[in-house]
Design a protein around this ligand. Sequence first.
Ligand code: ATP
Length: 451
Amino acid sequence: MEKIVNLCKQYGFIFQGSEIYDGLANTWDYGPVGVELKNNVKKLWWKRFVQESMNSYGVDAAIFMNPRVWEASGHVGSFTDPLVDCKECKTRHRADNLISGFTDKINPDTLTDEEMIKYIRDNKIPCPKCGKSNYTDIREFNLMFETNRGVVKDSSSLVYLRPETAQGEFVNFLNVYRTARAKIPFGIGQIGKSFRNEITPGNFTFRTIEFEQMEHQLFCKEGTDSEFYKQYKEKAMNFLYDLGIKKENLRFKDHDKLAHYAKEACDIEYLFPFGFGELWGTHNRTNYDLSRHQEYSKKSMEYLDPETNEKYIPYVVESSVGCDRLTLAILCDAYECQTLESGDTREIMHFHPALAPYKACVLPLVKKIHSEKALEVYNMLCKNFMVTYDESGNIGKRYRRQDVIGTPYCITIDDDTLNNNTVTIRDRDTMEQVTLKIDELVNYISNNIKF
Ligand code: ATP
């Protein structure tokens, strides 16, 4: 992981947040190539889950929502993590993480707080900081960030920064149903920031206090929910395969303990450098969410079936993935350090071309002679894709710089370009070169970056 963190910093994928002030723990800023990568992740998710899914609609809901939303959703009452303090060194830990770090024979999600602390004490699980084993009882700690709106700071001004985007989809169910004249089954998708006051953030961008989620809720009729649940599990996995993530690094993991409203729940886990970690959740949430909003808002959440005239509150199958976590998985998965025959090493990001921050780099072979023509080519290409330009250093070094940021194509402008308008285009993965006419370039690249 350290290698990935350093590479991200060195080449402009991800920087520490507020770095010049020594940072703010667990905040990260995406740099010039990182923001392109992350934007591409969002674009491709939207394409697959909204654009190419018939009867799927997008929304972009406000981060601040009426606090009643979070009462209805259950977050005010039970969006908590089990917290213990080490009495010796005063550090805070999640009790479930202490257990899962100690043994893989027990799933802490299946234990009550009392059972967890008993297990920790019986087994004298050491504090990860000081090594002693002397803990307080467990306290349930709510993960929602609170703030106040307006000038008066009292309970009536309390608002939360949303801890998930899903509620934005639920509270807009009626709006979308009405304005899109949607028929069940239909979906609502959203990409946006969420905030959680995590007790133990870490592992780079895996767990942060501010992150983006890509969530899709499929509203369907009871009885069809389990079939959609299966479909959405597969849809998520196939999307990851299509992004080029290696199959051996992905696995399904059913939840051992279901949330009280969930009928079925499953995660896709990715093998991060620190071990398998949750990447993507698929949940059959029954009609819990809409029923709760009906109860709390007093607005009917019923759907009227136009064919049968039947009225019912739809079931929901949720597909939920963290954009930052997925971007991290993509970075880890794409990285390779090759040793070439010459003995040199070559670092490459084997991104799917549709994910690559830059689709091509334009390189004049000799700056003084070829840069004018190279700029012409650059100006033509940048109207179509994100491309970059590099005229400094020897050509081999320039290729390496593009390999490590995952640019699939390097286009070299040389004497042949000046004489007969041809360029050589080098493939990142195979390092093979082909010759093309300048006016074939846009088509060539477009055809090779499709998703
Ligand atoms: P975890 O068990 O890792 O805390 P969760 O089960 O609480 O995650 P969900 O509430 O299902 O996660 O959120 C959906 C997705 O959002 C997760 O699968 C993950 O990709 C992402 N996510 C959740 N919490 C964070 C976080 N603190 N930082 C980055 N991404 C997150």
